[in-house]
Each structure stands twice: as structure tokens, then as C-alpha cells.
Ligand binder design. Structure first.
Ligand code: ADP
Ligand code: ASP
Ligand code: MG
Length: 469
């Protein structure tokens, strides 16, 4: 059971989590994965940036309000034990954890300002205190509410390479360590509580992180390693919705998705799931369920191995902004081989993932999100061909099993957004998505128009098709 940041934003939220865990524990042994309290990761990252530019003291001060939120939760939720001595002891014990966090964050801030150690390494160390503290706090709260629980350090379970900020887990080590750390705790009848997102490097033992939103991925890894019956992602919406609710308020939950559909949606922008979450679940065939911690009775979205093709086919629309397109053009490409390899080697060298690729006779266009190495990539590509970069673009992705083999979908999509200029189109690489690029300023309108066309003519036939009737 993974609880995201908004599911542990304050004392009431922790209380809801305790109730949800209690209900599940009556039926099954539970392992809990928890994110940092809402907004804390952002605050830690902002403070780190400030500290690195020499404002360490102010940066540390800005974190105090967040440390205090943890103590508030503890104070609000412990009195139920009705034992004042126990409350004092627990607050003191947690106070020691906070002092430890402050100390290490302060040291990392100094090291960052003085350039003593690599910044990505120090940043991971600092940001890891979000999950280190939330997991300790949640274990304490569960335990105090009669649900025996213990914090397990996720860094001893999830073992990664040493790419700080977006580390890749090593499959076998992670499976082995996760089982070794967690199974004995479950055998004692105690609920293990792990921080999501944080891990450690196999090579150096240093703290690493799995990328923003990575707690979902931790849940996927842990659930797969333990061959869990189910992986539950508890968040602030009632499942994966037909579109991003911040853009389309009418979006509604999708009862069932295939692994491939969920992975595609996550990859192309549905923030509700980290793109890599589904991967370990697929390998071990563990179903994933996305549920709302504010509405635990809602059925949410179930993600299964089996593809379920519905007559209407389109299940959801995802989008992501902040996309760049790189156009690479060379007459040498005409009828030549080895050209694509040369281009992709550049991206590989700079460890940059490419999302969409289209080619014509003499040019290749690629879309990317991560522009950390864009200047270096452009320089390298210039040795091969002419390069042009377009920024401020957005990807829109229509997802549904069987999409490629259903006539008329592309026609319907592009006639719906006929007044919006489409810059790049990709379909056919998988049977389940139709993906295109538009200017960022048109993305929300495109998503709204498509949602209205595919989901808002609320006939009973349509509702039945998406399984919502
Ligand atoms: P958590 O803190 O629980 O990990 P996130 O904020 O990472 O939660 O993800 C949940 C949010 O994802 C929702 O509140 C919603 O705004 C956003 N979101 C974007 N696209 C979708 C979608 N297709 N379905 C559901 N939520 C979506
Ligand atoms: N706390 C981390 C983040 O905000 C990981 C997560 O919440 O999944 O990115
Ligand atoms: Mg998330």
C-alpha cells in the first residue's frame, strides 16, 4: 500500500491512512510505502538550491515549518493512547530523529556551498529526509493506534546504480535485499513502513533517489519483490481518470486498464502513476490498484495484465508539456544506412531519453523532455547533420487497447482538433496509442476538445463501453 504526499499531508490524513491500513490488515499482511509529507520534497529541493548558492542558514530556517508539521502530527495522533508518559517519550524520540535530520541537512548544505562533494549526491542526501521522516512518523502513528508497525530503511531494500537524482534499481539486488529486510518483519506480524523514492547506490552505498514521483516506483519494486497479491497506490483522486482533472474537470475514473495502457498513460504525462511503476508489476504479474485515500470506498482503477478491448477503444487522454523537438537533417541520410545509429548514439552518450521519433527521407525529428544535456547533444549532432530545436511543445497521447486496428480513430482525433496545428504524429509503434505534438499553448484546448468528443456524449452505450455504467 503506497500513500502519496497528499495522503499524508496532516494529522487528519495520517488518521485516514491508519484506518485504511487497519481495514486491509484484517484481510492480508500489509507492507506500507509512504511519500514525504506534501510540499516537503519541493521545500527540501528549494532549500538545497539556496544553500548551494551560499544562503545555507536561511535555507535551513525555511525547513523548520516542515519539521514542525511532523511533530504536530505526532502530538495530534498520540494522545489516543491516553498515556502521557508514552506521548512525551514518543515526541522526544521523534525529536531525536528531527535533530539528526537537521544536523545532516546542515552538513550537506555546508558541503554544497563549499563544493566539497558532488551536488547531485548531496541533493539526494538532503531530499531523502522527506521520506525518512514520513516513514518513521507513519510507523509510530500506526503502532500507537494498535497496528504493530516498524520503519524499514528503504535504502537497504532498493539498490541502484549511482546516477543521483534518477537512479536505476538493480533488479536482483533489490529483490534480494527487499525480501531479506521485509519478510522477517512480516513474519513477526508487524507492518513494515518504508519511505518511497529513496534508495542507495550498490557501488558507493550513498543515498540515491528514483526521480520525482518515484514512490510509486518503490511500491512497484517492493510489490514485485515480495510477489504481493496486489499493489495499491493511494492518492488524492479516485483512480486513473480519462484525462488530467486539472485540465478537464469532467474527467472520470477508468475502472480497468491493461498494464500496457497504464504504462503508456503514465509515460505520456498522467502524473498519478510514475512511468516506471508498472514495469516490475508486469514482470511478476502483480495487479495494481489506484485508490483515493479521501474516498476509500470508491472502487478506483484496477490495472491487470489482460488487455481489455472495448468497442469504443479510447480509454484516456494524457498530455505533457515542456517538450522539445530536435530536427536533424542531412542529405547524406538519403538511402544511407548507419545514420540513425549515429544519431541515437549521441542521445545514448548523453543519457537522454527520446519519446517520439519520426523520419522522412532526409530528416529525423525526435521529442525529448529532459534537456539537461541539450546543448551538448546539439553540439555533437552538428558534426553529423543540421540541427534545429523547437521548445515549448506538448505531447498529447490517446490511449486504448486495439487502437491501431480500429478504423476511424485518427480521422476522428484530427478532425476534432482541426484548428490546432499538429507538429508531429506517431502511431503504430504499439497497438495502444496515438501520439502527437502541438504547441504547448494549445495542449489544454486539444485535450479538452478530445475529451468532449470521446467521453462527454454521455449515452448509456458510451458509459457501458468504458465500463462505467
Ligand atoms: P501522490 O502525491 O499521491 O503521488 P500525485 O500528485 O503524484 O499524487 O498524482 C495525483 C495527481 O495526478 C492527481 O491529483 C491529478 O491532478 C494528476 N493527474 C494527471 N493526470 C491524471 C489522470 N489521467 N488521472 C488521474 N490523475 C491525474
Ligand atoms: N517525495 C517525492 C516527490 O515529491 C517522491 C514521491 O512523492 O513519489 O517527488
Ligand atoms: Mg505521485
Amino acid at each position: 500500500m503506497k500513500f502519496g504526499g497528499t495522503s499524508v499531508e496532516d494529522a487528519r490524513a495520517f488518521e485516514r491512512v491508519a484506518a485504511i491500513v487497519r481495514a486491509e490488515r484484517r484481510k492480508n499482511p500489509v507492507v506500507v510505502v509512504v511519500s514525504a509529507m506534501s510540499r516537503f520534497t519541493d521545500a527540501l529541493l528549494a532549500a538545497f538550491e539556496r544553500a548551494a548558492s551560499g544562503e545555507g542558514e536561511r535555507a535551513a530556517l525555511a525547513l523548520e515549518e516542515h519539521f514542525a508539521r511532523h511533530t504536530e502530527v505526532l502530538r495530534a495522533l498520540l494522545p489516543e493512547t491516553r498515556n502521557p508518559e508514552e506521548v512525551t517519550a514518543a515526541v522526544e524520540e521523534f525529536g531525536a530523529a528531527l535533530a539528526h535530520a537537521r544536523g545532516h541537512v546542515g552538513l550537506a548544505f555546508n558541503d554544497a556551498a563549499e563544493g566539497r562533494r558532488p551536488l547531485p549526491l548531496l541533493q539526494d542526501l538532503v531530499v531523502s529526509f522527506g521520506e525518512q521522516l514520513s516513514s518513521r512518523l507513519l510507523a509510530r502513528v500506526l503502532d500507537a493506534r494498535g497496528l504493530p508497525a516498524r520503519q524499514v530503511d528503504a535504502r537497504r531494500c532498493v539498490i541502484t546504480d549511482d546516477e543521483h537524482g534518477r537512479a536505476t534499481p538493480l533488479k536482483e539486488e533489490t529483490e534480494r535485499h527487499t525480501r531479506e529486510q521485509i519478510e522477517p518483519v512480516i513474519a513477526e506480524g508487524v507492518t513494515p513502513v518504508l519511505g518511497g523514492f529513496i534508495a542507495s547506490s550498490a557501488a558507493s552505498g550513498e543515498t540515491t533517489t528514483l526521480g520525482r514521483g518515484g514512490s510509486d516506483y518503490t511500491a512497484g519494486l517492493v510489490g514485485a519483490a515480495l510477489r504481493s497479491r496486489e499493489i495499491q497506490i493511494w492518492t488524492d483522486v479516485s483512480g486513473v481518470l480519462t484525462a488530467d482533472p486539472r485540465v478537464v474537470p469532467e474527467a472520470r475514473p477508468i475502472p480497468r486498464l491493461s498494464f500496457a495502457e497504464a504504462a503508456e498513460l503514465a509515460y505520456f504525462g498522467a502524473k498519478v502513476l510514475h512511468p516506471k511503476t508498472i514495469l516490475p508489476a508486469v514482470v511478476r504479474d502483480v495487479p495494481v490498484r489506484i485508490c483515493n485515500s479521501r474516498e476509500p470506498g470508491a472502487s478506483g482503477t484496477a490495472v491487470y495484465f489482460d488487455a481489455e478491448m472495448t468497442p469504443r477503444t479510447v480509454k484516456a487522454i494524457a498530455h505533457k508539456t515542456g517538450v522539445h523537438i530536435v530536427h536533424v537533417t542531412s542529405a547524406r541520410m538519403l538511402g544511407a544506412y548507419g545514420f540513425l545509429r549515429a544519431i541515437f548514439e549521441v542521445f545514448e552518450r548523453h543519457r537522454t531519453a527520446v519519446d517520439i521519433v519520426t523520419t522522412s527521407e532526409v530528416s529525423v525529428s525526435l521529442s525529448l523532455e529532459d534537456v539537461g544535456a541539450l546543448d551538448a547533444i546539439t553540439e555533437d549532432l552538428k558534426h553529423i547533420a543540421a540541427v534545429r530545436v523547437e521548445s515549448g511543445r506538448a505531447i498529447v497521447c490517446i490511449v486504448g487497447e486495439g487502437l491501431r486496428s480500429t478504423p476511424g480513430i485518427a480521422g476522428r482525433v484530427f478532425s476534432t482538433i482541426r484548428d490546432i496545428n499538429v507538429l508531429l504524429i506517431s502511431q503504430g509503434a504499439s497497438n495502444i496509442n496515438l501520439t502527437f505534438v502541438v504547441e504547448e499553448r494549445h495542449a489544454a484546448e486539444a485535450v479538452r476538445l478530445l475529451h468532449a468528443a470521446f467521453f462527454e456524449c454521455a449515452t448509456s452505450e458510451l458509459l457501458a463501453d468504458i465500463g462505467g455504467a
